[in-house]
Design a protein around this ligand. Structure first.
Ligand code: HEM
Length: 352
């Protein structure tokens, strides 16, 4: 039998060293991705955990904006948006809309009159199969400038240190404007009277390829009627969903979608800074809410209103929030859908 050729010792050593280098590189990449080298870096799970309310994790529910109600309807595009974006939803026509009115709280059973921020999740579908998802709130600006600051805010407001919020406000003076809004903005008794704002800036690209930095709002057709929180508290813990269901039974509800175009130099990376009032705006169409459906077994339940799900013609800007939000919403979605048994589609005690 012929002898096997012998590898020189140097070549064996070289191969082993190469294997070791590959293993160490893989381990380092894993540790980096997991955030082990930078424990101060926020991860999606840390962000989502930071919402944990005193009553415990709302299993089966969204980790924030946990209380809400579904709706369906249409977006009636008037064609004006086509000058700004080639997205199909801006061509004149009607597009199916699906959404969710909600409250900015991680408590699915919060009493409506106790929650200051109201929101809406919305999906508009186009015939080319593309969808545009967004999640908007009623304040005119966000409390803080960066995702890291938002995480720090959640920790400061949810922790036990009585001075944490004072320290936070000194380090993040931009929060003062939001504090003022919470104290002075009128409350209303209806989702139908709320103006919902994207706050984050996005980039629209028109047919010529020209780009426009924009934010947008849904402006209600219904006239807002101010009601004091004390009066709202007397209406019961779930008055908002009861009111919107009744209102929509009486007829569809409308919001105009108004796109605001930034001037050069307007801050696009900081949603705590509102743009000046005189910016160019374009009314691009009307959201028509035609039907209200329970969240528990409704069409919005398993939708993730991730603001980075955008059709061609709309893209994210240098605003760091949409990417951070996308990662957190995905985590929240994964958790809540895996916990479906904790929030059954049929309410306990009712016949399926
Ligand atoms: C880093 C900042 C933010 C974090 C970590 C965060 C986190 C979350 C999470 C975990 C959810 C639940 C998602 C799900 O399970 O589907 C959620 C929902 C929501 N968020 Fe945020 N959010 C952030 C910023 C914002 C901003 C800037 C806005 C508005 C401009 C906003 C508006 C909403 C709305 C309206 C919903 C409810 C959407 C629905 O009905 O499914 N959030 N957020």
């Amino acid at each position: 039998m012929s002898e096997l050729p012998r590898l020189p010792a140097r070549s064996v050593f070289g191969s082993l060293a190469l294997i070791a280098v590959i293993i160490v590189a893989c381990a380092a990449a894993f540790a980096y991705t997991a955030g082990w080298f930078s424990p101060e870096r926020i991860t999606p799970i840390a962000l989502v955990d930071a919402f944990k309310p005193p009553s415990g994790m709302p299993l089966g529910h969204r980790r924030n904006h946990a209380k809400g109600i579904c709706f369906t309807g249409v977006f009636e595009s008037n064609g004006n948006g086509s000058a700004l974006s080639q997205a199909q939803v801006f061509a004149s026509g009607q597009y199916p809309a699906l959404g969710r009115f909600n409250l900015g709280t991680p408590e699915p059973n919060a009493a409506d009159a106790t929650v200051r921020v109201r929101g809406v999740g919305l999906q508009i579908s186009a015939p080319d199969g593309q969808v545009w998802r967004m999640a908007m709130i009623d304040p005119p600006f966000f409390p803080v400038s960066t995702p890291q600051a938002f995480y720090d805010l959640l920790l400061a407001s949810g922790g036990k240190d009585p001075n944490a919020m004072k320290t936070f406000a000194i380090e993040h003076p931009e929060i003062a404007a939001f504090g003022e809004w919470t104290k002075t903005a009128p409350w209303t008794a209806s989702y139908a009277e709320e103006r919902f704002n994207s706050l984050n800036a996005f980039i629209f690209a028109d047919k010529s390829g020209a780009e426009h930095a924009v934010r947008w709002s849904l402006v209600p057709a219904a006239q807002p009627v101010p009601v004091s929180p004390d009066d709202l508290a007397k209406r019961g813990p779930d008055f908002l969903e009861q009111e919107i269901a009744e209102r929509v039974r009486g007829g569809p509800q409308h919001w105009t979608m108004v796109v605001t175009v930034a001037n050069p130099g307007d801050p696009t990376a900081d949603p705590s800074k509102a743009w000046p009032e005189d910016r160019h705006t374009v009314d691009v169409g009307t959201l028509v809410v035609q039907q209200i459906e329970a969240e528990r077994d409704g069409p919005c339940r398993d939708i993730n209103f991730d603001p980075t799900i955008l059709p061609p013609g709309i893209r994210t800007s240098d605003d760091p929030f949409p990417a951070a939000r996308s990662a957190a919403y995905m985590k929240s979605y994964d958790l809540r859908t895996a916990e479906a048994k904790d929030y059954p589609r049929t309410a306990p005690g009712t016949n399926p």
